[in-house]
Write a protein that binds this ligand. Structure first.
Ligand code: HH2
Length: 287
């Protein structure tokens, strides 16, 4: 079984049904899978598995953005990322996204065939990031957060969380449009777990529909996040896939997201298929 929709100009979220982004972290310290896929053979084996289990796109990241994580120098991020990206691109027929905040990493990843920049700072961290994405013609995922991964959990107070997230993303979409990015190239993400309390994450998930009037595809990243661990009493991130699937289906049942960023692609794909079979909304791609 493969997700395998590598056409649509590398934009599987335009296929008319929600798609799955499989996470490939090539970091020693990611909160859930740090250190497990850092060497090229290990990373490639994991990418193969994500593809076979039904991913539509792979998101490769070489800098952890978990709460408290320190920034990684460009040279080190490139050293971790590029050999894996090259190997994945030579074997796996899926579009690849690069999870980075840095323009030089965006440029190097583009040269190796990455089509989407997934920037948790919504192109705010590096002043060169927005002109770089625009000049390379890459797609972008703009995520809401405040501050830096190291400090973000001290900035969790909001008057109207969903409204403020929406307004921030509207401003970033406008900045991208002004820099020349076409509307189809822009995805937005509420940033679950980034500068939000546990209650804030739940509130944002309840009101995700408020992002819909932006008119952009919505990416949702709930997989194994800390709030799932705290709400369910599951300290080990790798044991949070049940809660991750539940949060994903909450959004899917309400049509509130277009891309689900997940660690366990097989579980996510199964859950979406069964939900759609029950709801009568499956599109014939029954694998
Ligand atoms: N979450 C993480 C990293 N990148 N990108 C988007 N667009 N949305 C997210 O919710 C998101 C993201 C954190 O998860 P993970 O990659 O598993 O961990 P780490 O940052 O520790 O590598």
């Amino acid at each position: 079984m493969t997700g395998g929709t590598a056409d649509l100009q590398g934009r599987p979220w335009l296929q008319g049904r929600p798609c799955i982004m499989g996470i490939l972290n090539v970091t020693p310290d990611s909160f859930s899978d740090g250190g497990t896929h850092v060497d090229v053979p290990g990373a490639l084996a994991h990418a193969r598995r994500l593809w076979q289990e039904g991913a539509d796109i792979l998101d490769i990241g070489a800098e952890s953005t978990r709460p408290g994580a320190a920034a990684v120098p460009v040279a080190e991020e490139l050293r971790r990322l590029l050999p894996v990206l090259e190997a994945v691109r030579s074997e796996i027929p899926l579009p690849v996204s690069v999870d980075t905040r840095k323009a030089p990493v965006m440029r190097a990843a583009h040269a190796l065939g990455a089509v989407l920049v997934n920037d948790v700072s919504a192109l705010c961290y590096d002043p060169e990031a927005l002109p770089t994405v625009a000049s390379l013609g890459m797609d972008v995922c703009l995520m809401h957060m405040r501050g830096e991964p190291q400090t973000m959990q001290s900035q969790t107070g909001y008057r109207d969380l969903a409204g403020e997230v929406r307004d921030f993303l509207a401003g970033r979409v406008a900045a991208c449009r002004a820099a020349g990015l076409p509307r189809d190239a822009i995805v937005v993400d509420p940033g679950i777990g980034f500068a939000k309390t546990d209650g804030g994450n739940l509130e944002l998930l309840r009101h995700l529909d408020r992002l819909r009037d932006l008119g952009q595809p919505v990416l949702l990243g709930v997989s194994r996040k800390g709030f799932i661990g705290r709400v369910t009493g599951t300290p080990e991130p790798a044991r949070r896939d049940g809660g991750s699937v539940a949060a994903m289906l909450w959004a899917h049942a309400r049509g509130m997201a277009d891309i689900y960023r997940v660690h366990d692609v097989g579980a996510a794909r199964q859950a979406l298929r069964i939900w759609d079979a029950l709801a009568g909304t499956e599109t014939g791609n029954m694998g």
